[in-house]
Design a protein around this ligand. Structure first.
Ligand code: AMP
Ligand code: MG
Length: 339
């Protein structure tokens, strides 16, 4: 059956779609496993297949550069040696990460990796560390303890520090895929990087792209709590339901760490979605806002000139959406608009 569905899926992926304008479209879909996540890329247009292949190559290239799990990745090398002269992608990522670190008062911090390791999220050998271990680890984390020179790209990590771009990598990847798509003759594309969506160009039938927001309260992980129309935008979500384990004490512990306490972040939020033209910033901000909680997330949005849109889901199940989404948003749940 599975084989049949796979074959059917492949066949359907190649069937030309007919647009509302009557134009025949080629559709190609590529399923990829990278960055510890199931991803899919779907392109429409003359060079749909070539664009999908190039997108996969770009995803694998960034994975080999950024993965903390691959010994020969550039990030792993830096984590071993403690210093490097950054160029290209890593330079951009480091600078963006430090900017978000600063404006979120440290809620987003790429030096959090020793804590991620301590809780077992890197090895998947989960455990609840002791208070003393957390206290000791907090002594080495903090972007204030590294030195970075923008001019030369020279990075020197503090003693025993390690980097993790896991909170920004998928958004950055979706941003880079836009560049890849622009060099092919395609009409549109939609990319899902583990639920983080990027849309590009036009949908063949001329209607807006629609993205589902995962229901954080659904145990299957399959249901959608809301949908938004998002053309040429990144729709990036951070949630406590995405990666977690249950400790021997029966409590659940998730993967987004509050850099100020060393524990999984505890706030009034269960999920944060950021909708922005800038995928990397949306990704870093979704992680940071999850740590900061509703009030500080809203304040940050206001202070940043309402440059992006947000869907914040609080523990009581209410959706809080920013004003710019009100005409492109559908839900059956209770929601409030933030201005
Ligand atoms: P996201 O799913 O984008 O919220 O990113 C979560 C991932 O980012 C985690 O699996 C960690 O690898 C890393 N991470 C956890 N907490 C933080 C934090 N406070 N700042 C930056 N990265 C983090
Ligand atoms: Mg993130």
């Amino acid at each position: 059956m599975k084989r049949f569905l796979t074959v059917l899926f492949i066949i359907l992926s190649f069937v030309p779609a007919v647009s509302a304008q009557g134009k025949s479209e080629t559709v190609h879909t590529q399923e990829i496993f990278a960055m510890d996540t199931y991803m899919s890329v779907k392109c429409y247009g003359k060079e749909a297949e070539e664009a999908c292949m190039a997108a996969e190559r770009e995803i694998q290239r960034l994975d080999s550069l950024l993965s903390t799990g691959k010994e020969d990745s550039e990030v792993s090398k830096i984590n071993r040696t403690g210093s490097a002269v950054l160029s290209g992608d890593l330079k951009t990522l480091m600078e963006m990460s430090l900017e978000v670190w600063e404006k979120t008062s440290g809620a987003f911090d790429v030096t959090v990796y020793p804590l991620v390791e301590l809780w077992g999220f890197s090895s998947k050998e989960f455990r609840v560390p002791g208070k003393e271990e957390i206290k000791e680890t907090l002594k080495i984390t903090g972007s204030d303890k590294l030195s970075y020179d923008r001019e030369s790209g020279k990075l020197v990590l503090g003693d025993s520090q390690k980097l993790d771009f896991g909170g920004i990598a998928k958004g950055y990847t979706s941003m880079k895929l836009k560049e890849v798509f622009s060099s092919f003759d395609i009409d549109g594309a939609i990319v899902s990087l583990g639920g983080n969506v990027q849309t590009y160009g036009a949908k063949p039938d001329g209607s807006p792209w629609r993205c589902g927001i995962q229901d954080p309260f659904s145990s299957s992980g399959q249901s959608v709590i809301a949908a938004i129309e998002a053309d040429n935008l990144a729709v990036i979500t951070s949630g406590s339901y995405e990666r977690f384990f249950t400790g021997e004490d029966g409590k659940t512990y998730h993967h987004i760490i509050d850099p100020s306490t060393g524990y999984p972040a505890e706030s009034d939020l269960v999920s944060v979605t950021i909708i922005s033209k800038n995928g990397a910033e949306a990704d870093a901000l979704s992680t940071a806002c999850f740590v900061m909680g509703m009030e500080k997330a809203v304040k940050l949005w206001q202070d940043s000139g309402r440059k992006y849109e947000m869907i914040l889901i609080t523990k009581d199940g209410t959706l809080h959406i920013t004003g710019g989404l009100k005409d492109s948003f559908q839900t059956n749940s209770k929601f409030e608009i933030i201005y």
